[in-house]
Design a protein around this ligand. Structure first.
Ligand SMILES: *Cc1c(COP(=O)(O)O)cnc(C)c1O
Length: 366
């Protein structure tokens, strides 16, 4: 699916005081996730009466908001996360931005926010990356992380969908997620908290889901674990996903299973891409419930060989240990597995232009 982006509709107001070249070079040499931002941001406004208007790229700056702004009180907010990748020839590309645009529209619908068109979503990214092209790093596994988001901007304490909305995109150079190579993480399976419930907002990418995941995440840290995996809210028996990553299980026969999109799971672009690449490589892939009791048995008897998490930020993260109140299991020999690492390499080779893009996933930005 190719979208004609409305890039040219975004008026460019260049900053008069860009970050000096040496400071930018220092930031690009050691990028830390989400700490340094580029010179500009893209913006579109919306009101119930006028619709979307005023597409622009403006200097990156703090927002001034009224204390009564609706998002501060009722959390009507959604976001996206995707990356711009520098290829060896200097060109800059995004990975399946149309999929993020479609998901952003689905998230908007669930949060009673107005839907931005895919043309405006992709157009805003193209316009921002064109303005801040110098901020796209060149190092191995580095990228420019793009964060589109939308929030209820009306100053009004009544409980109803906001009649004014702001859409913005900000960008931050990021380094390799694993500075010293890919290491397996340890996962605490939460039996006390849920991330999402049937009919809730689990399938939408909204800040509220993340807010709800912070306390369980904090408790996992306190016990020495890296991340939390949540179970389904109805039965507490099947795996759903991590706070911000989908999860997959690899069996000794090469088959791979991931939880189905039941309405409580976020439909990851990485998840979908990994399923395709695994099938390309001859793996039998299925979207089926991952029953915790079966997974425990499979880890104990060796029929489950790898477990990994996937999402844009870390791409694919091997899981080396899975534990909860009543079990503590090592996955395989606790190191990164071959299926995880081979698929990770396949995917990043496509994203960085080192392998042919057979599925038409890449879109050139600059
Ligand atoms: C963003 C997100 C993911 C991963 O989605 P990608 O499109 O692969 O980055 C998975 N789970 C949750 C809850 C998320 O918010």
């Amino acid at each position: 699916m190719s979208i004609a982006a409305t890039t040219e509709l975004f008026a460019l107001h260049r900053t008069a005081s860009p970050v000096p070249d040496d400071e930018r070079a220092a930031a690009l040499a050691a990028p830390a996730f989400g700490t340094v931002f580029t010179d500009h941001m893209a913006r579109v406004g919306w009101t119930a009466t006028a619709g979307w208007s005023d597409r622009r790229v403006v200097p990156y700056a703090p927002l001034q908001i009224d204390p009564a702004t609706a998002v501060l009180h009722y959390g009507q907010e959604i976001f996206e996360g995707l990356k711009a990748y520098r290829h060896a020839d200097g060109s800059v590309w995004s990975f399946r931005p149309e999929a993020n645009a479609a998901r952003f529209a689905r998230s908007a619908r669930r949060l009673a926010l107005p839907e931005l068109t895919a043309a405006d979503f992709v157009g805003s990214i193209e316009a921002l990356v064109a303005a801040d092209e110098a901020w796209v790093p060149t190092g191995d596994e580095t990228s420019l992380y793009l964060r589109p988001f939308m929030y209820a901007s009306e100053s009004f304490l009544g409980v109803r969908p906001s009649r004014a909305v702001e859409y913005l995109v900000i960008a931050s150079p990021v380094g390799p997620y694993f500075a010293s190579g890919v290491h397996p993480v340890s996962i605490w399976v939460s039996q006390d908290f849920h991330r999402a419930g049937p009919g809730g907002t689990g399938a939408a990418k909204c800040g509220g889901n993340y807010a709800a995941s912070l306390l369980p995440q904090q408790e996992a840290y306190a016990q020495g674990f890296d991340q939390v995996c949540f179970l389904d809210a109805l039965t507490d028996t099947v795996l759903e996903e991590l706070g911000g990553m989908n999860v997959m299980v690899v069996h000794a026969d090469g088959s791979v299973v991931t939880p189905p999109l039941s309405g409580t799971i976020l439909e990851g672009v990485t998840r979908s891409s990994v399923l395709t690449l695994l099938a390309d490589a001859g793996h039998e892939v299925s979207e089926a419930p991952v029953v915790l009791a079966d997974l425990r048995a499979g880890l104990a008897d060796g029929s489950v060989t790898e477990v990994f998490a996937c999402g844009t930020a870390a791409v694919m993260t091997p899981i080396g240990r899975l534990a909860s109140d009543d079990f503590d299991l090592t996955v395989g020999d606790g190191t990164a597995g071959p299926v995880t690492m081979a698929t990770r390499a396949r995917l990043t080779d496509i994203q960085y232009g080192r392998a042919a893009d057979q599925h038409g996933w890449m879109r050139r930005l600059v």
